[in-house]
Design a protein around this ligand. Sequence first.
Ligand SMILES: [Zn+2]
Length: 405
Amino acid sequence: MLMQDGGDLRTPKRFAIVALMLLLCSLSTSILQPVHAVESPYEPVEICDYVDQLEFNGTLANESVHWQTSLGPRVPGTNASETFRNSVEENLTLWNVSMHEYTVDDLTFTNVEAVLEPDGADNDTPRIVLVAHYDTRNVAERDSDENRTNEPIVGANDGASGAAALLELARIIPPMELEYEVELLFTDAEDQNYTPHRFFGAEKWAEEQTQHDINRTAAFIVLDMIGDADLQLTHIWPGNGALWSTIPPLAEALGMVENQTDCNGGMGVKIFDQNTSIGVFDDHVPALNIGIRAIDLIDIRFGPGAQAFGGYWHTHEDTPDKVSAESLETVGRMVELGLRSGAWLATNISVVEQIEPVNTSEEEVEETETIESQSYPVLMLMAALSIGTLLLFMAFLGWNIRKKS
Ligand SMILES: [Zn+2]
């Protein structure tokens, strides 16, 4: 059929222009996505091959929890804080340990970085960063004794447990002779009572990363509050979906997932529940904000039957008797299995969709730990919308110019 007028002839071209613009919009949105740009095909890892090699010793980690709490609260600027740092430097003789001191506002704090490179490492050697805050909270705002809410806590779980796990990993990693670099990052000033809340140590670390550092970082994994004798791990958001997708297979292999058979043929128990998702802002957020694949392994339901952000959290009940060697070993071995199997190297991470929150309930989402980082998804959305609007405007202009010509 013949076209009745030129207008009809141009319609497909208009559609083409609009389609092109929409494509550009969606591209601009995906470029802005925080999810790391590593999009390699899934290469299954034979995780069970490594289970018999696991060496993480929960008893040793628990001894560190007792030692750290015996120092007293590790609030930035205290002798206890300095003693902890000196101990890391003295004991991690096979690691390249460095101190990084900063002052922000009136707060001076120090991150400790311990790096182990493989033989023949170069600028492009992939890196995995394992992170824990070693400071403890300077107040106990949730304590039932109102006379003691202004006193700092000893932080057996919230502080010592993650640091203890890193120290035990520091002992067992060198003989593994991994093909990639591991950095143990002990952050300071994660848990200080400032308004708005800030992750001082993790923010400073993120500020110092070059684009090259960011590009070669395959994973940034935070361990926080992992020693609760009543261990209940869940999916935590925000967090990188591809990196999260590596956790259920590791947990299943070690019998941490209910009704899933572990590598030894045993039936798993409910320790890691991937169908529950809890919102927690922690040291992983500054890394996510600069485009690093980051997740937070945390049990924010501290104590038997505790609700999220309830129980012993931020009280003077956060003491070593609430922490168990068994829980430390469970999480420590899961991390060790991830390291040994190379599960977190870019080539092994499956690009699957984010684990969707299933059981998230209102009271499980805590707003107090929010902050500027909360504006991050909003900023991303606004940036994408702005670019989209600009492109549509350009399309509109082009359309009008064509009309006039
Ligand atoms: Zn805390």
